[in-house]
Design a protein around this ligand. Structure first.
Ligand SMILES: [Zn+2]
Length: 226
């Protein structure tokens, strides 16, 4: 029977990156429904990770976690586009007055970009902007230092020094408000470093948009003054 299902897969366009079952769209109908079941919107930043408000699709778990992991490690640009579009559609329904017109995605270091082939945060942001009509400015921020994955750092101090001077401005821009975009919010150290750099250059960060936020961010930092 194996050859039969192989033949069926051949004729279907692709398999769902989350559950690997055959699917007509980017995700199968089941996984698509599971991703849609997350509750996007403004998430309370109980731990005070960021100095600005956060718009987030949902917790980094289940189908959403698997979708982000698939687009990061399997190089599937279509997944990042689909996720950015979903986020944009919800944003349009819920946010009447965008806090800024310009969206700046968190960049990857050129070495990492070469290895991975594309920056998932940038692709998601571009897709988000295509839906919302905001302007995506992926060149305004550059990553100038190769940092180790934040997950491998053990303390807040190590996280902050890992990110120190990690970013630079990529273009000369006039002072204005921007929104910063990333795929995952964990400790917030990356976003804090990017926000600090942008604000040094008179770019007021009016908010942050992320696809998912880890539980780790809440648990690990709870009650601490970060
Ligand atoms: Zn699926």
């Amino acid at each position: 029977m194996a050859w039969r299902s192989g033949l069926a897969n051949f004729f279907l366009r692709a398999s769902c990156p989350i559950c690997k079952r055959p699917s007509q769209g980017v995700f199968c109908r089941d996984c698509d429904r599971q991703i849609d079941a997350y509750f996007p919107g403004r998430m309370p930043d109980e731990a005070g990770l960021l100095p600005v408000s956060v718009y987030c699709w949902g917790r980094y778990d289940g189908a959403l976690k698997r979708a982000i992991a698939a687009c990061k490690f399997e190089g599937a640009r279509a997944i990042a586009i689909a996720l950015g579009r979903k986020l944009g559609q919800h944003w349009q329904q819920e946010v009447r007055q965008p806090p800024a017109q310009v969206v700046v995605p968190i960049p990857l270091h050129p070495q990492k970009l070469k290895k991975r082939g594309f920056n998932q945060a940038e692709v998601m942001a571009a897709s988000f902007c295509a839906v919302t009509g905001l302007e995506c400015r992926p060149r305004w921020l550059r990553r100038v230092k190769e940092t180790k994955p934040q997950i491998e750092t053990r303390s807040r101090q190590e996280r902050e020094s890992n990110l120190a001077n990690a970013f630079a401005l990529g273009e000369t821009v006039r002072p204005q408000s921007v929104v910063v975009f990333d795929d995952i919010l964990t400790s917030g150290a990356t976003l804090r470093a990017a926000i600090a750099l942008l604000e040094q250059h008179q770019l007021r960060v009016a908010g942050v948009i992320v696809l998912a936020r880890t539980e780790l961010g809440t648990r690990q930092w709870e009650g601490r003054n970060v």
